[in-house]
Design a protein around this ligand. Structure first.
Ligand code: ATP
Ligand code: MG
Length: 525
């Protein structure tokens, strides 16, 4: 789309004519070139960065390049309606989105407009999508847990309100599943949720909406969708719109969980836009400011102090890796911006370990201070035991001559892994989590075969529902205090009762091949 000589001379002529005059065209400009969702515009000298500009036929654009005499803008609507020479007007406003409780239960576009069939959104309030993140003085340390309902995560990689925890893994490893489960688990917990979908198939989003509806989660959730069929500028805008909606609630003292699914596609959309705007490409052809793209977004997650409303935004960004390569450009960027990461491995996923969390490299840097005391107390050695298991497991492949302790560690680890398996849409509450962790910690699981871990899990959860000890434990968890020794002993005894019952029902305890008869006889006593 080269400029023709006539056009250039026209512009120069106009400039000569206006030379020395104070008022240059500031409120109105003309389209010089347009194509691929990007327009170069002469005039509009007063335009602001990120300003919304209006093309004919009500097509909107956003200013992204400010140069002398011209500006570059991306078109957020149908660019085929725009021709060279069209008049462009300033709006004087930065791109905005509607905010407020009216957004709940809705599916909106990257500009906050409804795209479901529930009619217009009746909000009075709008907010610019770009904002400087909350400053240090307004923040408070993370001290409350954000429960995901996923045993592996809440026990070993706990997340706190206001934290940014990355979910990273190859394609089809259950990344979205973890985020959706976390949203579903917020039911009745006074946490509002925002799910931002970037560059995904519309059919995938339809499924997500349906699942959230089915589990009653749409009542407190808003979905911002810039699908694969949408233009790059819209995909670029979607997460900022999402976090702006979340910020409104945070400023009102509410807790919000926001999911960005996923930021790899977001970076790709930004790369496309930048290349079209003729910004110089850098590593992997991403523009130089791609780090800032994500850092200014994720910085907006925060836990603010009472003076600023006392709310929080917890962010769960998702990154897709290629063949587990976490040292690529975008993954390393986002890893360095977030407060920890949950690694999902396709090997684990394919071997049936789901959620496929690879505990080794997964960390949560701030969440453990916020973890519920009883869960923390019970999960102390879990990560270590699993690490030992994985290390020994790779050794065990080479030789069959293993000593008793190694065998026991392997048997124990295999049971932990089986116990940590969890289906989608079935969150486990903190009371049950602490009890299951106690079953691991007390090694009561060693008397049961690996195959019966799932039924054992269900037994534990139902047993304590109607048990007197459970009432006491419930209070503990609700008040967020640790168990005392007596309670631990009591709860252990209850768990052992379940084991005895199950060993009678299923089969002989000897099948587990570790543990001694005399120890077994002491169970439940
Ligand atoms: P993509 O890269 O396509 O976005 P993803 O990593 O987000 O994929 P999901 O879509 O969450 O992965 O999950 C992939 C498949 O695995 C889905 O069919 C999902 O139902 C299934 N799945 C995810 N988690 C579990 C689980 N805990 N138990 C059983 N199935 C699961
Ligand atoms: Mg996904």
């Amino acid at each position: 789309m080269a400029l023709n000589i006539k056009e250039i001379s026209e512009v120069i002529e106009k400039q000569i004519k206006n030379y020395g005059k104070k008022v240059v065209q500031a409120e109105q400009g003309t389209v010089a070139t347009v194509g691929d969702g990007v327009a170069l515009i002469y005039g509009l000298d007063k335009a602001m960065m990120g300003e919304l500009i209006i093309f004919p036929q009500n097509v909107y654009g956003m200013v992204l390049n400010l140069e002398e005499g011209a500006i570059g803008a991306v078109i957020v609507g149908d660019d085929t309606l725009i021709k060279e020479g069209d008049i462009v007007k300033r709006s004087g406003k930065i791109v905005e989105t509607p905010v407020g409780n009216e957004m709940l239960g809705r599916v909106v576009s990257a500009l906050g407009n409804p795209i479901d069939d529930h009619g217009p959104i009746k909000t009075k309030k709008h907010k610019p999508v770009e904002k400087i993140a909350t400053g240090v003085m307004a923040r408070k340390s993370v001290d409350q847990p954000l429960e995901t309902g996923i045993l592996t995560i809440d026990s070993a990689i706990p997340i706190g309100k206001g934290q940014r925890e990355l979910i990273i893994g190859d394609r089809q490893t259950g990344k979205t599943a973890i985020a959706i489960d976390a949203i579903i688990n917020q039911k009745g917990k006074k946490v509002k949720c925002v799910y931002v979908s970037i560059g995904q198939k519309d059919s995938t989003i339809a499924q997500v909406v349906e699942k959230l509806k089915k589990h009653g989660a749409m009542d407190y959730t808003v979905i911002v969708n810039a699908g694969a069929s949408q233009s790059a500028p819209l995909q670029y805008l979607a997460p900022y719109t999402g976090v702006t909606i979340a910020e409104e609630w945070m400023e009102n003292g509410e807790d919000v969980l926001i999911v960005y699914d996923d930021l790899s596609k977001h970076a790709v959309a930004y790369r496309e836009m930048s290349l079209l705007l003729k910004r110089p490409p850098g590593r992997e052809a991403y523009p130089g400011d791609v780090f800032y793209l994500h850092s200014r977004l994720l910085e907006r997650a925060a836990r603010v102090n009472e003076k600023f409303g006392g709310g929080s935004i917890t962010a769960l960004p998702i990154i897709e890796t290629q063949a587990g390569d976490i040292s690529a450009y975008i993954p390393t960027n986002v890893i360095s911006i977030t407060d920890g990461q949950i690694f999902l491995s396709s090997d684990l996923f394919n071997s049936g370990v789901r959620p496929a969390v690879n505990i080794g490299p997964s960390v949560s840097r701030v969440g453990s201070t916020a973890q519920i005391k009883a869960v923390k107390q019970m999960s102390g050695t879990l990560k270590l035991e699993l690490a030992q298991y994985y290390e020994l497991e790779s050794f065990a492949k080479f030789g069959s001559d293993l000593d008793e302790t190694t065998k026991a560690t392997l048997e124990h680890g295999a049971r932990i892994i089986a116990l940590l398996k969890q289906r989608q849409y079935s969150p486990i509450n903190q009371i049950n989590q602490s009890l299951l962790l106690l079953a691991i910690k007390s090694h009561a699981i060693k008397w049961l075969p690996i195959e019966s871990m799932e039924s054992f899990k269900n037994e534990v959860m139902t047993h304590f529902e109607k048990n007197a000890t459970a009432k006491l434990i419930k209070i503990k968890v609700e008040k967020a205090i640790a168990y005392d020794e007596k309670e631990v002993a009591e709860a252990t005894k209850e768990i052992e009762k379940i084991v005895i019952k199950m060993t009678k029902n299923i089969h002989d305890y000897k099948a587990t091949n570790y543990g001694k008869q005399e120890d077994f006889n002491k169970l439940g006593k």
